[in-house]
Design a protein around this ligand. Structure first.
Ligand code: HEC
Length: 439
């Protein structure tokens, strides 16, 4: 028993000993793939919201930016829905593979974590309200108010990934958990802020690249009809992508060098550094497109996207490698603790074999008799008051009777024998009757 208590008091939790529904390696691959799909739409939602806020503001002076902002707003509501739906996959995978670590981080950031639900609802409703009131609130004052809507929804769209990120970050450092008291103190663990900065820039870069493709389509440009040519639009979005990608060369190293050493391995560098090198090439190509002659804008978009995907896949894999390395010790400790617990449990069960039948209380045993014997009234048999009067100080007399009842009272039917209960149990019943019968 002491060993079980000892196991319950150690800070490392035990895992569930249930088998995984799929091989662990497959689940981890699915986690990375599902996560990348999810984060793609998250990036487009966050980047899109930021661009709407900026372009609608520029639109106060120049109408063409206002029209552009509306066109982006139409895509953001779609992307945010996809982001949420596609978020289910990684959540399920992470729950299965990192159950203990994920639960630990969720529980520690409790209120903020739950706050995500109302925040998402509010951000959704505001984003739709903003989109549908575009042409209704046209006066100067109304337009400022309308802009306030997108600022609010953008702030919400910025806050939600921040909470997620704090959680995902906290999960990586179980050794710090004991210091954490709620969301704000969790921000001191690991390197939440460089990660967030990196994420924001990735959102802008991806949205820039997506915009360069979306606003190249004639049908979109014709519909937009704001006086901007395809080339002008593509160049603008390439500029955004190039700027954000360039700034990643500040954010990236900042992130890498502020990572707590626990998960930094040679493997991480082997993945991140080549990806960063490709990122540099990507940056140069984007810059050339953004600054170069107009005829360069017409080709190479698909190749750029593929390039971008390789960089993103590299970064995503690096992120996974860091998580694996950072959690290795903790997972090992959890495994050991689970094994120890199971061994202790088996040993305890062997030392304390369960008795044949569970021990019954006197009251439960008497239930056999209660159908015919009530304390003070005549049922099928005489009341307990009468029995107790006959057998006061003589419980063995009741035992003898119940083992083989005679025929005593002419106005009563015969009582069935209870020899199958055995004298020990009948003795318990007899004492219970004598103790509880009304005098
Ligand atoms: C199916 C109904 C029934 C059940 C169940 C039953 N009894 Fe009885 N009991 C009777 C009847 C009827 C009498 C009266 C028999 C007689 O006087 O001939 C009686 C009488 C008795 C008496 C009085 C004997 C005496 O000397 O006057 C005792 C003591 C007694 N029962 C104990 C028990 C105990 C203990 C149990 C439970 C283990 C029990 N009974 C369960 C029907 C029952």
């Amino acid at each position: 028993m002491t060993s079980l208590l000892f196991l319950a008091n150690t800070p490392v939790p035990r895992d569930l000993t249930l088998p995984l529904p799929l091989p662990e390696g497959l689940l981890k691959t699915l986690l990375v793939v599902f996560f990348l799909i999810h984060i793609l739409f998250v990036n487009l939602t966050v980047g899109g919201s930021l661009l709407i806020a900026i372009f609608e503001f520029l639109g106060f002076k120049n109408k063409k930016y206002d029209a552009l902002a509306l066109e982006i707003a139409k895509t953001v509501t779609v992307n945010k829905s996809l982001a949420v739906v596609m978020g289910i996959g990684p959540l399920l995978c992470i729950n299965l593979v990192y159950t203990v670590q994920w639960y630990g981080a969720n529980a520690l950031t409790g209120h903020a974590w739950l706050l995500i639900i109302p925040l998402i609802i509010a951000a959704f409703l505001l984003a739709y309200l903003h989109k549908y009131t575009w042409h209704r609130w046209e006066t100067r004052i109304a337009k400022r108010f309308h802009w306030g809507l997108v600022i609010t929804s953008t702030l919400l769209f910025l806050a939600i990934p921040f909470v997620f990120l704090a959680n995902v970050n906290l999960m990586l450092f179980p050794s710090e958990w004991e210091k954490v008291k709620g969301f704000f103190s969790s921000l001191k663990v690991g390197n939440v802020f460089p990660r967030y900065f990196h994420f924001l820039l990735a959102s802008l870069a991806l949205t820039g690249l997506a915009g360069a493709g979306w606003f190249w389509r004639r049908i979109v440009v014709d519909h937009l009809d704001n006086g901007m040519s395809r080339e002008e639009l593509r160049r603008l979005f390439y500029q955004i992508a190039a700027l954000a990608t360039g700034l990643q060369f500040i954010a990236g190293p900042l992130l890498l060098f502020t990572l707590p050493a626990v998960g930094v391995t040679p493997l991480l560098y082997k993945i991140i550094l080549p990806s960063a090198a490709l990122g540099l090439v990507l940056f140069i190509v984007l810059l050339k497109k953004a600054k170069g002659p107009e005829e360069n804008l017409g080709y190479g978009y698909i190749r750029l996207c593929m390039f971008f995907s390789v960089v993103v896949l590299g970064m995503g894999s690096g992120r996974h490698a860091y998580r694996e390395a950072s959690l290795a010790t903790h997972q090992q400790q959890v495994r050991e603790r689970t094994t120890n617990y199971q061994n202790a449990l088996t040993a305890w069960n062997e030392a304390n074999p369960p008795s044949e039948e569970a021990e019954e209380t006197p009251e439960q045993l008497f239930a056999t008799c209660a159908a015919c014997h009530a304390p003070d009234s005549k049922l099928v048999g005489p009341p307990l008051r009468e029995i107790a009067a006959i057998y006061a100080e003589n419980p063995d007399g009741i035992v003898t009777w119940a083992m083989a009842p005679g025929k005593k009272r002419p106005d009563f039917p015969p009582m069935p024998p209870f020899s199958h209960l055995g004298p020990d149990k009948l003795r318990v019943i007899a004492e219970y009757i004598l103790a509880t019968a009304p005098k």
